[in-house]
Design a protein. Structure first.
Length: 147
């Protein structure tokens, strides 16, 4: 079974005592449909970037679980029916890892194809420290800076 991550935000209308009850309801739905819960993290109440359904704060919950892909639509329908969940997102973790591995390979190929460019410095720009100090002093004393 594929591994998924689900993050959902509960409305601020939900009391802190009711959060575990709602999370248990989601967990029970996952296990009743043949899934197995791997981890659950209550991330706490945070301010939202923008108001959602007239709510400024939300309680974040992150869950990892295994579930048959055909049952994912049922989970989606269940999450939509819960009025206290204002936003949720389900991600297939294995697909994300495969995409990241492909991206790393492409980036390594791009780095390998790039050759460092050596820039030849003309002789007229090569100065010793004393010559450089003299030129700096001359530039600082020029009338262009005084004006």
């Amino acid at each position: 079974m594929p591994k998924y991550e689900l993050m959902y935000i509960l409305s601020s209308a939900v009391t802190d005592n009711d959060v575990p009850t709602i999370a248990a309801e989601v967990d029970k739905f996952i296990t009743d449909n043949g899934g197995s819960l791997l981890s659950q993290e209550m991330m706490g109440k945070k301010k939202l970037a923008y108001p959602i359904k007239k709510t400024r704060n939300g309680f974040y919950v992150l869950e990892s679980f295994n579930l048959d892909g055909r049952k994912l639509q049922d989970l989606d329908n269940k999450l939509r029916s819960l009025e206290h969940i204002i936003r949720y997102m389900t991600v297939n973790v294995e697909d994300q890892e495969l995409r990241a591995a492909k991206d790393r390979k492409v980036q390594e190929k791009m780095r390998a194809s790039r050759k460092p460019v050596k820039v030849a410095v003309p002789e007229e720009f090569k100065l010793s420290e004393t010559e450089l100090d003299a030129k700096l002093e001359q530039a600082l004393e020029s009338e262009d800076l005084v004006k």
